[in-house]
Design a protein around this ligand. Structure first.
Ligand code: CA2
Length: 149
């Protein structure tokens, strides 16, 4: 089972700036945590970060036939991008949305997600652990779906 993990804009700065909001774990460390969790669940995770909406969309399209599910932190595109939502819905793969910070404790403009309505679910507020929790939820879902034929 292969899972595509997508990180959106500015997440390459993780651990380097604003640790009070996003924590001190770097993106490379998040990716290592996710890959280790994937391995322990008997699957593989490929992690990609981009600051460009079109690149993220291209990766979503290319995921068809290569991956069984997508774990995404779309960063600020969460709140703006109908294109990412349509792309995710279009490829039809199960999606779990994750966020480091708790969106609902923050500014009102972060309370709306274009992705949430087409996702299996959203995990928000657990720092880097949001990714591992989200991965476990996605893999568990895929195992259940496969078992029920
Ligand atoms: O909490 C999250 O994971 C967010 O997706 C992070 C986005 C933000 O726009 C969303 O509302 C919530 C921002 C990512 C920026 O990451 C930085 C990390 C370190 C320093 C500066 C930005």
């Amino acid at each position: 089972m292969n899972i595509l993990v997508l990180h959106g804009p500015n997440l390459n700065l993780l651990g380097l700036r604003e640790p009070e909001i996003y924590g001190s774990t770097t993106l490379a460390e998040v990716d290592a945590m996710v890959k280790e969790m994937a391995e322990s669940l008997g699957c593989r995770a490929d992690c990609i970060q981009s600051n460009h909406e079109g690149n993220l969309l291209d990766e979503i399209h290319a995921a068809r036939g290569q991956y069984q599910g997508i774990l995404i932190n779309a960063g600020a595109y969460t709140h703006t991008s109908l294109a990412l939502r349509d792309g995710l819905a279009g490829v039809g793969l199960p999606v779990v949305e994750v966020h480091l910070s708790n969106l609902y404790k923050r500014e009102p403009f972060r309370h709306h997600s274009y992705i949430a309505p087409i996702a299996l679910g959203q995990i928000s507020g657990f720092g880097a652990e949001s990714y591992t929790l989200g991965l476990r939820a996605l893999v568990q879902h895929l195992i259940c779906v496969n078992a029920s034929g």
